[in-house]
Design a protein around this ligand. Structure first.
Ligand code: GDP
Ligand code: MG
Length: 175
């Protein structure tokens, strides 16, 4: 057996945000390179591991997907606590998913540790014609809350790699 760990850093990343915004698809796209059509809803919690290399250092990312926040609140609260980073996701074609962000921020404030790095992600940018939330509005919201901001498409694999690599870089900087 190995006497040393096979990574230089280990970070726990937790995805949160309304159901249907694309959290599971973002994780599947990043960890498996897939955009699975017609997959079932995530039950409870589930994590996937992916190791990336940043400037010669091995960074192991433990990525926790979440589902049914309303129904699984007691599960999610316990793992907020040890998260190094949160990916707060909304759907750019769904105003309602953006309007719920303050509720998520209240949860973060209540349950996450105060060192946590949070990135706001506007997903589904491939559906540009259905956009309901403007980029500038979202950027301003993120900045006011000291969050990073990125727009992605899990479907088109747009900015998904960048999302996790940017986050890993930021976590190394703050480690
Ligand atoms: P979750 O509930 O946040 O985990 O959302 P899912 O990952 O299950 O995705 C919800 C729905 O949105 C599914 O029908 C996905 O196929 C769709 N979806 C997710 N990401 C994208 C995307 O980037 N573009 C488009 N067009 N659809 C997406
Ligand atoms: Mg899901």
């Amino acid at each position: 057996s190995m006497s040393t760990e096979d990574y230089d850093y280990l970070f726990k990343i937790v995805l949160i945000g309304n159901a249907g915004v694309g959290k599971t698809c973002l994780v599947r796209r990043f960890t498996q390179g897939l955009f699975p059509p017609g997959q079932g809803a995530t039950i409870g919690v589930d994590f996937m591991i992916k190791t990336v290399e940043i400037k010669g250092e091995k960074v192991k990312l433990q990525i926790w997907d979440t589902a049914g926040q309303e129904r699984f609140r007691s599960i999610t609260q316990s793992y907020y606590r040890s998260a190094n980073a949160l990916i707060l996701t909304y759907d750019i074609t769904c105003e309602d998913s953006f309007r719920c962000l303050p509720e998520w921020l209240r949860e973060i404030e209540q349950y996450a540790n105060n060192q946590v790095v949070t990135i706001l992600v506007g997903n589904k940018i491939d559906l540009a014609e259905k956009r309901e939330v403007g980029r500038q509005r979202a950027e301003e919201f993120a900045e006011a809350q000291s969050m990073l901001y990125l727009e992605t498409s899990a479907k088109e694999s747009d900015n998904v790699e960048k999302l996790f690599l940017d986050l890993a870089c930021e976590l190394i900087r703050e480690a």
